[in-house]
Write a protein that binds this ligand. Sequence first.
Ligand code: SF4
Length: 352
Amino acid sequence: MTDQSKIEWTDFTVNFWEGCQKVGPGCDNCYAEARDIRFTGGSHWGPGAPRRKVKGGIAKLRKINREAEEFRAKHGHWPRVFCSSLSDIFDNAIDPAWRDEALREIGVSTSTRVQLLTKRVGNVEAMIRDNWKTLAWPQHVGLMVTVVNQTEAERDIPKLIELKVRCGIPWVGLSIEPLLAPISLRWLNVFPENAPYTAQKSPDGTNEFDGLRRIDWVIVGGESGPNARPMHPAWAQQLRCQCDEADVPFFFKQWGEYLHESCFNPHCGWSPKVIEQDGERYMKAGGPVMKDRRPIRQRLAEFYTEDEFDRWIYEPHPQLGGLSAAHVIDYHQDGMERVHEIIGRLESGGYL
Ligand code: SF4
């Protein structure tokens, strides 16, 4: 079986080439560029820099496609494949023949569920294969755009939705990672009659979520790695609330390198590095990691009945700084570890 990806929202990554050019603030700390610097001296980034073809990219996609039935039998869904995690498939600087070869291969890998992710949504229509246009887009391929602030959201999301309709894209998504500022997805200017951000309900009956409802999936996450910029929890929570209201699936990927002060448990026993941004304090994430990865329900089953388990999950625990396990898991980057840690104490005859 092909090696699976550690990225939570996909099963595999496939790259056809490496190299790119920064196009916005979301690219400032590009991990693919950092990787390129580490392994090849960083010669594949920027205008005019040659991109590096990945040997075996196409072979890997073919193998995933060949083994898709086996994967589905084991996991209950077709393999999701994120193409391209170390570049942007709609990069202007790519030899069109490379892109055409990659898209042709993606088009015939019909037993996979391909996730294309771009920061260049304006290039997509001109760069896809002719036989993908005019409602002939392959139905196993979805398209996501990355937006990291309000300006990018207002610029790119309407384009994504228009493309979805015009090309017949089966699903489209937003990757809001790294989330660098508050974003409102209300009153997306998808319809000319929607006056952005003016009212809860306009006189003609349109709704503030008419635009957002045309998005099939929203991923949100903070930034990790060197020079990471912190994400305020309110920004992520607001997006989750908007998705809840619009009934759009929301996936919270990670807090990132820093936790906001309000999410930090002062009883956790370690003293992290602290940074300040816009008058807010953030703590560098980290701390002890528990090794027992059995599901929490399974670990607690020997102590609690079904009803008691629900109570345990939702009642406040002093060991979690007065928060419930559900809250800690939802809102703290290392929430799962903290909950496993207190279950570990219970199992070894300790307190609860
Ligand atoms: S578009 Fe993606 S791969 Fe390209 S520089 Fe930006 S973050 Fe890096």
